[in-house]
Design a protein around this ligand. Structure first.
Ligand code: DOR
Ligand code: ZN
Length: 373
């Protein structure tokens, strides 16, 4: 169902391009909101567009208990702009010591919406993640029994495996057997990057879905090396060849409900990205919905954006669709090169000027969120 879009919800776009697009208010099914000053700097960009977001638990230390998730949720709510109705959906970070009873309690109390599986050392703050899936068998049995979704960072960490193959190898070595062992387990393969992941998700049963980020729809791996080394385009899983980007665009815009919006917006202060050992992550929250809109329009199916952004995710999670709407206007915007904020310096209580480089910095995007609607 299309709540109010100017374009019918199905089929290819036709006729004159619309000047406005009204969408049921979307959700972000994968975001990193961080803590402290960085949380304060970024949460508004997510909350102005999305009604809810699945908040990743890879803090330092990670969110592994109900109490820690409840406290983190309070921190997020306190950082929201006044009057915001944004609802953070919390996740539990799985370790080999995770207690199935604690996870089930958090889920039944409405604190945890899902569990996140990071293979140990796969990405930012994942050292406490899981090295051996056999160690979390009891956890997976419980998640399957209670219908609690498992969200997976699907990359092997084996240094022998080429970094561009790590998602594919994870699917073959771990995901396929896991789905076989737990056929009723609800799984989201997060931020997919390959044609093989698309095919695997399409071919699996309805219990497997995937999120797709704006950056993996917009860039291929050349972006990281365009006229020099470009840390702003480094994220994990890394962007792949053009043929994979095209497969992701096809999947996201196909109308298949197994693929839905998850930005993986992952801010790191500029100095942490532009360093000898730069962090992975692309900060796309300020332009995420506009970036997705550009992709859907380029593919000629702008009318399918609403289902991808606002319907398929809640249906998979078994949550109600949002009631309100947002409006995008065809109003070209140049994305700022830098977003400055007051960050925490090394010493307690001290602040220093820091900056984030947003995704699409310096680009002109054709759509703009109308914040008055
Ligand atoms: O690029 C990424 N950044 N990928 C992840 O999986 C984690 C994220 C982060 O937390 O910085
Ligand atoms: Zn992420």
């Amino acid at each position: 169902m299309s709540s109010a879009g100017l374009i019918p919800g199905e089929g290819r776009d036709g006729g004159a391009p619309p000047a406005r697009l009204r969408l049921r208010r979307p959700d972000d099914w994968h975001v990193h909101l961080r803590e402290g000053a960085l949380l304060q700097a970024v949460v508004g960009a997510t909350a102005r567009v999305f009604a809810r977001a699945i908040v990743m638990p890879n803090l330092s230390p990670p969110i592994t208990t109900v109490a820690a998730a409840a406290a983190y949720r309070e921190q997020i709510l306190a950082a929201l702009p006044r009057g915001s109705g944004f609802k953070p959906l919390m996740t539990a970070y799985l370790t080999e010591a995770s207690d199935p009873d604690e996870l089930a309690r958090g889920f039944s109390e409405g604190v945890f919406t899902a569990c996140k599986l990071y293979p140990a050392h796969a990405t930012t703050n994942s050292a406490a993640g899981v090295s051996d899936l056999a160690q979390i068998t009891a956890v997976l049995e419980r998640l399957e029994a209670i219908g609690m979704p498992l969200l997976i960072h699907g990359e092997v960490t084996d240094p022998e495996v080429d970094i561009f193959d790590r998602e594919l190898v994870f699917i073959e070595r771990h995901l396929e057997p896991l789905l076989g062992r737990f056929p009723a387990l609800k799984v989201v393969l997060e931020h997919i990057t390959t044609t093989e992941a698309v095919d695997f998700v399409v071919g699996a049963g309805p219990q497997l879905a995937a999120t797709i980020t704006p950056h993996h729809l917009q860039i291929n791996r050349n972006a990281m090396f365009h006229r020099g080394l470009r840390p702003d385009f480094y994220c994990l899983p890394v962007a792949k060849r053009e043929l994979h980007r095209l497969a992701l665009r096809q999947a996201a815009t196909s109308g298949n409900p197994k693929f839905f919006l998850g930005t993986d917006s992952a801010p790191h202060p500029r100095g942490a990205k532009e360093s000898a050992c730069g962090c992975a992550g692309i900060y796309n929250a300020p332009v995420a919905i506009e970036s997705y809109a550009q992709v859907f329009e380029q593919e000629g199916v702008l009318g399918r954006l609403e289902a991808f952004a606002s319907e398929f995710g809640p249906r998979f999670y078994g949550l109600p669709l949002n009631e309100g709407t947002i409006e995008l206007q065809r109003n070209a915007q140049v994305v700022p090169m830098l977003l400055e904020f007051e960050g925490e310096s090394g010493s307690p209580g001290q602040r220093e000027p820091l900056a984030l480089v947003p995704f699409h910095a310096g680009d002109t995007l054709p759509w703009k969120l109308n914040t008055n609607k």
